[in-house]
Design a binder for this molecule. Structure first.
Ligand code: XIL
Length: 384
């Protein structure tokens, strides 16, 4: 007769075996019923999102879509809502792809995030000049901004639940970027964008979004920006830290301080574009194509076939450590969105240099969960 103790240990053994099998069963990850859903696991903490490319939002990439449906409860458009795509010519808007994106999110009951209304990048040159090519003055430019916001936000009113109203207005040193927005409208262009967006859709959440906000000077500038908006009687619901992170940035302390500082303002934090770069920094080669520069290949693209186990572990630990911080701050952090679905299509394969093999996300090139996926999942169990 087996003793009770024996039964318990057999049951425990079975359980351990099942969990191990689930972790190892990478054959059909996306449809694998055993694989826990990130969205479900973090339901008590924050939303889990992904930025979608065209193949995903139009369901051509079925395997990537399966991952999104299983793990995400929020989506962002990686590109199609940016000015250059949605408003390519002065009197022409192109809503085709953006409509598809919003319909995708709605169909699957996801929180649809809008990215990005006012930014100095991915915006056509005509926006800032008159027919003679002369920079527009403040009034003309404000009119252009208002018309863009009314048209885009108005079209998706009540459907896009939150907007990156302004993207990347600050410098790393904590100043205001001297963009064409500042040169034409002036320093209050941020406030104007928030004012107009709120007027068009008072029900949408409004965000300021930027990278490197963990750096103390930039963090302090973001805090002042929020205070300035509030002092003007404007609403801001969250600050988005993009989260294009690496092996040695941000430091735990800086990330912690940033979230606390924003939280103290009564404003939420979003991680809006999370990915983790383990490739060497390549700023000096911005725009180069790795395949055209044989001498650079080895140096800048060290893992063209696969990630060595040692680096896989570094990546895994890094994801786990940063997520543990986000979970600790779950009262302030409202959403964590990954900038892409799998390593296969991450923008980091082509930026800042083209043609690298990058490993920044939780799912690999074959749509399988990486060890980092399980490290992240594990943090959901830690106390809120
Ligand atoms: C990137 C996209 O991922 C690329 O596909 C595109 O070519 C360039 O833009 N900060 C942002 C995002 O706010 O919009 C950028 O997305 C990445 C940096």
């Amino acid at each position: 007769m087996p003793t009770t103790e024996h039964c318990v240990s057999v049951r425990r053994l079975l359980l351990v075996t099942c969990v191990t099998l689930a972790v190892l069963s990478v054959g059909s990850c996306s449809g694998d019923a055993e694989q826990p859903s990130l969205g479900d696991a973090f339901r008590q903490h924050f939303l889990i999102g992904a930025a979608l490319n065209d193949d995903e939002m139009s369901s051509r990439d079925a395997k990537a879509v399966a991952i999104v449906l299983k793990h995400c409860n929020s989506v962002t458009a990686e590109n199609v809502m940016k000015w250059v795509h949605i408003h390519p010519r002065p009197d022409a808007y192109d809503f085709e792809a953006a409509d598809r994106f919003v319909a995708f999110g709605e169909k699957h009951n996801m929180f649809v995030a809008g990215h990005a209304l006012i930014w100095h990048d991915q915006i056509p040159a005509w926006t800032f000049v008159d027919e003679q090519g002369k920079l527009l003055g403040r009034d003309a430019m404000l009119q252009r901004m208002r018309q863009h916001i009314e048209t885009v936000v108005g079209r998706y009113k009540g459907r896009v639940k939150g907007w990156d109203v302004v993207n990347e207005a600050l410098t790393d040193e904590g100043g205001l970027r001297q963009s064409l927005w500042v040169q034409t409208v002036g320093e209050d262009f941020v406030a104007k964008a928030f004012e107009y967006t709120n007027q068009v859709d008072p029900g949408a959440e409004l965000y300021y979004n930027d990278f490197s906000l963990d750096k103390p000077a930039k963090r302090d500038a973001a805090v002042l920006l929020v205070k300035d908006l509030k002092a003007r009687g404007l609403r801001i619901d969250a600050v988005g830290i993009q989260g294009h992170w690496g092996m040695d940035y941000p430091t735990d302390g800086d990330l912690d301080d940033f979230i606390s500082a924003v939280g103290r303002l009564g404003v939420k934090v979003l991680v809006t574009e999370m990915d983790m770069n383990i490739l060497p920094a390549a700023w000096d080669y911005d725009g180069a194509d790795i395949n055209m520069r044989a001498e650079l290949r080895k140096e800048l693209n060290p893992y063209p076939e696969a990630l060595p186990d040692s680096m896989q572990k570094v990546l895994t630990d890094r994801y786990g450590d940063l997520f543990a911080i986000l979970v600790r701050h779950a009262a302030t952090v409202d959403r964590v969105t990954f900038w892409g679905v799998t390593d296969r299509t991450s923008w980091l394969n082509d930026w800042p240099v083209r043609g690298r093999t990058s490993y920044p996300l939780l799912f690999d090139r074959n749509y399988q969960p990486k060890p980092a996926f399980y490290a992240v999942l594990h943090t959901a169990g830690s106390a809120k």
